[in-house]
Structure formats: structure tokens, C-alpha cells
Design a protein. Structure first.
Length: 354
């Protein structure tokens, strides 16, 4: 009961295969197309125009939108653990892309494929280039069950992407979601705190937030955090004095501006700290590789900045065969500039109309 997929599989077995009929399409000028080759050319024209539209953003809008600090932690090379989690989160029983490799095959052989996939991911990451097979999409069209079947606008195109490319993209997505969600939660929590402060003292939310235990003590050990404790943590992160927060919270505009400004400055200082830690690690890796042949031969990956590439070449000339002097960590900005464009969509030569 409740297995819809199994039910449809039984129906297909009982009915048998259904013949796919070619429906005459109309060209952009309204001419009917019955030849299969011309219909494919029409679909290519349709989706090439649909996915190749250039988006222009007004320069004045860019000035109005507040600029957030650069997130340099996004440049940290992905680990095998991140890739393993991304593979496990891939949806099963989904149509594959051009490589015809379903997600079940990758998930079942994850232990064997993980080192090779991670090596491929690191190559794409450092060279700022994605293989064309991972950027292409196989498009299958489905009729929307309304309107003229000869009109291409009445069909829904489904892009089938490479499973490997989906796993790589999921790593970037999870990083972006984590950074954005942390900042959003902190800002929303503080804004709600101001809203509660301006409530009447008889309101239950204010009594719960400002209330204390009338008798008894909290349990020993590390107690569970209250919402009040989470608010105090957010206040300390934004360097807002807990004693003077009530005075600022009375003015709605001032409170919102203060929270936003302090939160952005806190993020900027955090990214600077992470950048310094990353640079220190790179310098240490270069020094260890140049001083110890054993270290250079046993380190799996040595990511070095471009400014010290010459030092790594000198170390390699002395016999350090695995100094990895070509492994250069590019900044996120440089990577986006060097990338040839977004995911290209190459229309597959076969279309099915249902």
C-alpha cells in the first residue's frame, strides 16, 4: 500500500510498450515541421535561445545593494569527507545524464571510486575548469497536457545532468547554505529580540524571555541552553553590550542598522582570521617540503600560493619528486573570472514527446 512507483510499473507491464508518436511542430515563423531532423533542429533553436539569454543588471542597482565581505573560506579545497557526504545525499532512481551512470552505481561503489573522484574534483578546483561532459545536459521534453502540441512553449524541458557534476555542485551549495544560514539566523534572532523588548510586560513571550527561576536551581553539569542564552551569544558576537541593548532596542531603525553593521564587520574580521590561518598553513607546508624530503614524499596534497611557486620548483629540482609545485590555490574571484561561463547546455540529438 502506498507504493505509487510499483503500481505504475505493474501497469506498464500489463499494458505493454506504447508507441511514441511524432507530433508536427511549428517553427518560429509558424510553418509546420513533420521531418524528424527539422524537428530536432527546432528544439535546438528553442533551448539555445532559452538558455543563452544575456542578463543585464543596471549599474545603479549594484550600488544600492549592500556589498557583503568576501568569503575566503569558500576557497578551502574540498575534502574527501565532503565528497562522501555529497554522494550519499544524491537522490536514487533518477535518470542519469550523458554519461548514463546512475547515482546507485556511484553510491554502491563509493569506497572504490571516492579517491579517484576526489582527485578529479581537486583538478577541477585548482585549474578552475570543469570537463565538458559534466557541464552538458541531456534534455527530455514532456507535454504539459494543455494547449497545442505543435507549440514548443507547451512542453516542459527536463535537464538531465551528470551525477558526478551533481555531487561536485552539492559541495559548493552546502558551503554557501551554511554561511548564509548562520548569518541570517543571528540577524533574525536579534531583530526578534528587539520586537520582544518593545512588547507589553504582560505578554507571554516577554515573560518567558526575561523570566528567571523563582525557586530551585538549574541542573548540575552543562545545562541545556535557553533561548535567552542563544540571544546573549548573538549579542556578544556582534559586540553589543547586554546591559545597554535595551536602550538601543527602543529605536527600531537604529537597532536594525546596528545589528546589520556589526554583523557584517564580524563576518569580515572572521574571514580575515581564516585567511591568515590559511596563509600560515601554506607557508608551513612549503617550508616543511623544502626542508624534509620525507615530508615532501609522504604529503598527499601540498597546496601552495602562487608567490611561492618558484620555491617549490627549486625544491623539485633537488630531487623532491612529490613537492607538488604546480598545486596553486586560486581565490574565488580569480576562479570565477577564469571560468568560461556557467554550465553550458548542449541539446541532445534525441527528443521524446509524450
Amino acid at each position: 500500500m502506498g507504493n505509487i512507483r510499483k503500481m505504475y510499473e505493474k501497469i506498464r507491464v500489463a499494458i505493454g510498450p506504447t508507441a511514441k508518436k511524432l507530433v508536427p511542430l511549428r517553427s518560429a515563423t509558424g510553418e509546420q515541421l513533420t521531418d524528424k531532423k527539422k524537428q530536432i533542429e527546432r528544439w535546438v533553436e528553442r533551448y539555445s535561445n532559452l538558455y543563452s539569454k544575456e542578463r543585464h543588471v543596471d549599474g545603479q542597482l549594484r550600488e544600492i545593494i549592500p556589498q557583503l565581505p568576501e568569503m575566503t573560506e569558500l576557497d578551502i579545497p574540498p575534502t574527501e569527507e565532503e565528497l562522501a557526504i555529497a554522494i550519499e545525499e544524491l537522490a536514487s532512481r533518477k535518470a542519469p545524464g550523458n554519461d548514463n551512470i546512475p547515482a546507485e552505481v556511484v553510491k554502491e561503489n563509493k569506497a572504490f571510486l571516492l579517491p579517484y573522484l576526489h582527485k578529479l574534483l581537486m583538478t577541477c578546483w585548482l585549474e578552475a575548469e570543469i570537463p565538458q561532459d559534466m557541464r552538458d545536459a541531456k534534455i527530455t521534453i514532456l507535454y504539459k497536457n494543455k494547449g497545442d502540441k505543435g507549440d514548443c512553449n507547451n512542453y516542459r524541458g527536463i535537464s538531465l545532468l551528470s551525477i558526478t557534476g551533481k555531487a561536485f555542485a552539492r559541495i559548493i551549495l552546502k558551503r554557501l547554505q551554511k554561511l548564509a544560514m548562520t548569518s541570517i539566523l543571528c540577524m533574525r534572532r536579534l531583530r526578534w529580540l528587539r520586537h520582544v523588548k518593545r512588547m507589553d510586560d504582560s505578554r507571554i513571550p516577554k515573560q518567558l524571555l526575561y523570566g528567571e527561576l523563582s525557586q530551585g536551581k538549574r541542573q548540575r553539569g552543562r545545562p541545556k541552553l535557553r533561548y535567552k542564552d542563544a540571544c546573549k551569544t548573538s549579542l556578544s558576537k556582534c559586540e553589543i553590550d547586554v546591559k545597554t541593548k535595551d536602550e538601543i532596542a527602543v529605536d527600531r531603525t537604529k537597532w536594525r542598522a546596528t545589528v546589520k553593521e556589526l554583523l557584517c564587520s564580524k563576518i569580515a574580521s572572521g574571514t580575515t582570521r581564516l585567511r591568515n590561518v590559511s596563509d600560515e598553513r601554506k607557508t608551513t607546508a612549503v617550508q616543511n617540503a623544502a626542508a624534509s624530503p620525507w615530508y615532501a614524499n609522504t604529503v598527499a596534497e601540498a597546496v601552495v600560493p602562487r608567490s611561492e611557486e618558484s620555491a617549490m620548483k627549486e625544491a623539485a629540482s633537488k630531487g623532491l619528486s612529490r613537492a607538488y609545485h604546480e598545486m596553486t590555490l586560486l581565490s574565488l574571484t580569480d576562479r570565477l573570472k577564469r571560468r568560461k561561463g556557467p554550465y553550458n547546455t548542449r541539446v541532445n540529438s534525441t527528443f521524446y514527446a509524450y
